[in-house]
Design a protein around this ligand. Structure first.
Ligand code: URA
Length: 266
């Protein structure tokens, strides 16, 4: 006799499902329901107090707004700042428990390429191939990325250093949440400081928005040179995974690469 549950599982495995996950990302940093209730009660009683006193100064209530990520971000900032070398930073990321992605990923995906390179390429987050191999951009998008840079004679063996904003694969390759990017931000900032490249190449909207702290779309952020800080320039370009879906946009990336080349040659 056939077991219908086993049959259903076989069907899912045949269809390529590799992770048992929910459709929507689960934000585990959200304050617990008890704390939400406590906070609501507190805010409510403050509101009543203030209305009794006929005080409609809204800023009084704003002071009670709970920032559940503030502690985690502070912890990330402190850990990142204490890293004096790339090995320290890698260990700090590995020991940091503030990102639940660590629990579902196979291993850390820290970086690849030459740490002395003048160009640091930064993507969004590792995918399944990267998670398996422990190196960034080694799957199909990585192969396209290599070909793009090869066209202007740059490669990860020598002239590029490659990393991602997130060092852990989001389960099922889902898009990282804004909270996850905010929490990872101190680590990639420190990573950039330690590499100290001349130029950053940010692949995709999420990487560019996180590092430029901008809400602009990638189509607005690309096509020009930015000052990341006083000494490091940056360009943003379309993510290779987007190019695989939308090959017509390759000509824009080609323009960005020519801009990068012109910059490198003064
Ligand atoms: N996409 C990314 O942004 N980074 C990788 O490492 C792989 C795919």
């Amino acid at each position: 006799m056939h077991n219908p549950y086993a049959q259903a599982l076989d069907f899912l495995v045949d269809a390529g499902v590799t992770n048992a996950l929910m459709d929507e990302p689960n934000n585990r940093y959200e304050i617990s329901s008890n704390r939400v209730m406590e906070a609501q009660v507190e805010i409510q009683s403050k509101k009543m107090d203030s209305s009794l006193r006929q005080n409609d100064d809204k800023s009084a209530n704003n002071k009670n707004t709970i920032q559940p990520h503030a502690d985690i971000i502070k912890q990330a900032n402190d850990l990142a700042a204490s890293a004096k070398t790339l090995d320290d930073l890698k260990s700090a990321i590995q020991n940091f428990d503030g990102l639940s992605l660590k629990k579902t990923a196979t291993q850390i995906v820290f970086a690849d390429g030459n740490p002395d390179a003048k160009i640091m390429v930064i993507g969004e987050a590792p995918g399944a191939d990267e998670d398996r191999q422990g190196k960034p951009f080694v799957g199909v998008s990585g192969q396209l990325l290599d070909k793009i840079f090869d066209c202007i004679n740059l490669n990860r063996g020598d002239s590029l250093y490659i990393s991602n904003i997130l060092n852990w694969r989001p389960p099922g390759n889902r898009t990282p949440t804004k909270e996850e990017m905010d929490i990872a931000h101190p680590f990639i900032k420190r990573h950039i400081e330690l590499i100290n490249p001349d130029m950053l190449v940010l692949c995709g909207g999420i990487a560019a928005q996180t590092l430029f702290q901008s809400k602009e779309s990638i189509s607005r952020l690309r096509g020009k040179t930015h000052d990341y800080d006083e000494t490091i320039k940056a360009i943003a370009t379309y993510h290779p995974a987007f190019l695989l879906r939308t090959p017509l946009q390759k000509k824009k990336v080609w323009q960005d690469m020519l801009m990068l080349k012109a910059h490198l040659h003064g």
